[in-house]
Write a protein that binds this ligand. Structure first.
Ligand code: ASC
Length: 150
């Protein structure tokens, strides 16, 4: 590998070093972990969403900080959907474990749109934030419709 290629590869490994798979002592811990991550993500996303919808006053600094937290939190839940964590107090549908590639595709799409939202929020442009909030919310809904019991 050329050294520049190697450097880019090494940087991406560092950038994506949030655990892609993780061990949990009990299935309940995995369920709690992913729910907690999604809850913190949603609280931060929802704060930006409320500003985008004009429900709360636009505060560029708060929007940027909240979007950055949501962007980071968006990386965490997926490691906690391991084998055996399909039971207990979860609304996760069994299809998640039958169609892991599709579930991952939806999870990846959400993370991509959330990262665009964070980038938009850093610019402070409310119109860009509105577009990105809408795109991100769409990815939440697509996955919930397919994989969450309601
Ligand atoms: C949210 C939230 C969701 C999505 C979804 C978008 O803030 O909790 O599940 O946006 O409602 O349609």
């Amino acid at each position: 590998m050329k050294s520049t290629t190697l450097l880019v590869f090494a940087a991406s490994v560092v950038a994506f070093s949030v655990p892609a798979s993780a061990q949990f002592a009990k299935p309940e811990d995995a369920v709690k972990y992913r729910k907690s991550a999604l809850f913190v993500m949603q609280q931060n996303f929802g704060r930006v969403g409320a500003m985008a919808a004009g429900k709360t006053p636009f505060d560029a600094k708060v929007a940027a900080e909240s979007a950055a937290v949501a962007d980071f939190m968006a990386k965490l839940p997926w490691a906690a959907f391991g084998e055996g964590s399909d039971k207990g107090e979860t609304r996760a549908k069994a299809e998640i474990w039958k169609e892991p590639a599709k579930f991952k595709e939806y999870a990846d799409k959400m993370q991509l749109e959330m990262s665009k939202l964070s980038a938009a929020a850093k610019t402070g442009n409310l119109d860009s934030i509105k577009t990105a909030v809408s795109a991100t919310a769409g990815t939440c809904k697509t996955c919930h419709d397919a994989y969450r019991k309601d």
